[in-house]
Design a protein. Structure first.
Length: 312
């Protein structure tokens, strides 16, 4: 590994961050193994949750030492990017959340370091530039809220068909999901709250703008999932791992549709069929059927979330 650009303090902090992040992951792995054994209500499970809370508290303390220290954050971020670049560039999100592999340790650290950097950066901006920064940051925050709402619905659907491992992998890399999981002892909410509208309203955005922004981001997620699904042919579907990934992608597609209105969904359905017809896809009947089934489940899936907004 390349340690040359790190000071002694930074080197020690990197080791501490790695150690505590690995301990947190090991706790997640233990919880999953206990759930497999039907011991989610056991004393041992509760003890691991308490240990996880302790590790998370220590992790927060380590990151708090970095607040506003941009030089140190940049050096440590560069260290992780340089040493783990290949692992990060070749990542496959749906494969990773099924396997919950060691690359998540680095992803968690980089995510938290990046958040530290952005939070501190906002406090250093000149008053005259603050509104511009807030506008840009709010756009990123809105995307994050929309993704989290999709993930909450995604977890609800996946848990109903007994795909339990992903609640641990998603909790590990999304701090908001982690907070909810630990609070509820890793019971997934069957009817999660959808919160992106409240975030937009708090930031004084008209509801028309909030809906338009959510549509733009959802379409981006939709196009990504469709492209990911259509890259497989029937021969690839003989692979059990790919089958598992495709099931998750279909569930994610269903979760996206929950946030879209009927008109947009009908447009997407039409565009999808046109795309299939124009490209004359061969040997992809199973994939196409999975996408079509996702459209068919929209009405039922809309009963999953509780959508909250402010009364204006």
């Amino acid at each position: 590994m390349k340690y040359a650009n790190l000071s002694k303090d930074e080197y020690e902090l990197v080791n501490e961050l790695l150690n505590i992040t690995i301990k947190i992951k090991n706790s997640y792995d233990n919880l999953y193994q206990l759930e497999i054994k039907k011991q989610q209500q056991s004393k041992e499970y509760d003890e691991v949750v308490l240990k996880l809370k302790k590790y998370c508290k220590r992790e927060d303390e380590l990151y708090s030492t970095l607040k506003r220290n941009f030089s140190k954050i940049s050096n440590i971020l560069n260290f992780f990017k340089e040493n783990y670049e290949d692992k990060l560039e070749n990542s496959n999100f749906f494969k990773q959340i099924l396997e919950f592999d060691d690359s998540f340790v680095v992803i968690r650290i980089i995510t938290k370091l990046s958040k530290n950097y952005i939070d501190g950066f906002g406090k250093r901006i000149r008053t005259e530039d603050l509104e511009i920064f807030k506008s840009i940051n709010n756009s990123f925050e809105m995307k994050k809220f929309i993704l989290l709402d999709i993930l909450r619905c995604f977890l609800s659907i996946a848990t109903n068909i007994n795909i339990d491992k992903i609640k641990y992998s998603l909790g590990y890399i999304y701090s908001e999901i982690e907070e909810e999981m630990i609070k509820n002892k890793f019971d997934v909410a069957k009817n999660p709250y959808i919160s992106f509208k409240v975030f937009g309203q708090i930031n004084k955005l008209p509801m028309e703008i909030i809906n338009e922004i959510s549509k733009i981001y959802c379409l981006g997620f939709y196009n990504f999932i469709i492209n990911e699904m259509l890259k497989y042919d029937d021969e690839a579907l003989e692979n059990e791992k790919i089958k598992e990934e495709l099931v998750l992608k279909q569930i994610f597609l269903r979760a996206i549709f929950i946030l879209l209105d009927d008109e947009t969904i009908m447009e997407l359905n039409s565009i999808f069929h046109d795309r299939v017809d124009e490209n004359n896809f061969e040997n992809k009947d199973k994939i196409i059927e999975m996408v079509i089934n996702s459209y068919r489940k929209v009405k039922r899936d809309r009963s999953i979330p509780k959508i909250i907004s402010l009364k204006l």
